[in-house]
Design a binder for this molecule. Sequence first.
Ligand SMILES: [Zn+2]
Length: 236
Amino acid sequence: MSIQDIVNNLVSLQTIDLSMDELNKLLENCLDEINLQEMASKTRLQQLQDTRKNLEDLNKKRKTLEIEVGALDTKISKYQNQLYDVKSNKEYDALKLEIASGKDEKAKLEENLLTLLFQEDDLKSAIQHMTVEVESLKKENLKKQDEIKKKMSDLEKNLDEKKTDRTKIIQLLPTNYSDEYENMKKSGKKIVIAPILENNMCGGCFISVPPQMVIEIQADDKLCRCSCGRYLYWKR
Ligand SMILES: [Zn+2]
C-alpha cells in the first residue's frame, strides 16, 4: 500500500471515528431527554399525590371539627333543658354563662370549619387541574418518546454502518499503522492524523513542523509524525 493510500485510509478512519463520536453524543442526548421527561412527569405526579394527601388530611380535620361541633350542640341543648329545672338564680346564671361560652366556642369552631371547607374546595379544583395536566403530559411524553426512540434507532443504524466501514478500513491498513492509530485513540487523542495547517503548524498540537519534514510529507515519501506523536498529512 502506498503512503498516499495509507494516509487516505487513516484520514477516512478518523472521519468515521469523529462522526461515530458525534452519533454517540446524539444518542446520549436522546437518553438524557427521555430521563428529563420522566423526571418532570414523576415530579408532577408526586405533586398531585401530595395534594391529594393534603385534601385527605383536611377532610379528617374537618370531620373531627364537625364531631366537636356536634358535641357542643348536645352540651348546649342539655344546659338549655336544665334551665327549666333550676332552683336558684345563681344556678340559672351559671347555666346561662355555660350556654353563652358554649355558643362562643361553637361559633369559633364553625368559622374554622368554613375556612377548612374553602381550603378543601381550592385543593379539589387544584387536583382537577393537575389531573388533566398529568394526563396530557403523559400523552405528550409518550408521543415525544416515540419520536426520540425512532431517532435513536436511526442513529444506531447509522452507527452500525460506520462500524462496518471502520472494520473494512482497519483490515485494509497495514497492522502497524492500524495498531498505532488505535493506541493513540486509546490514549485520548481525537485527532490521530493531523493536517498541516497554515504556517506549517500541526493540526493536532499547533506546534510548527520543521520545513524539511513538510517537504517530505508533501512528496508522500514517508508517513511522518509530529513531536506530539500524531501522524501528519498534507491536505490536497
Ligand atoms: Zn503535533
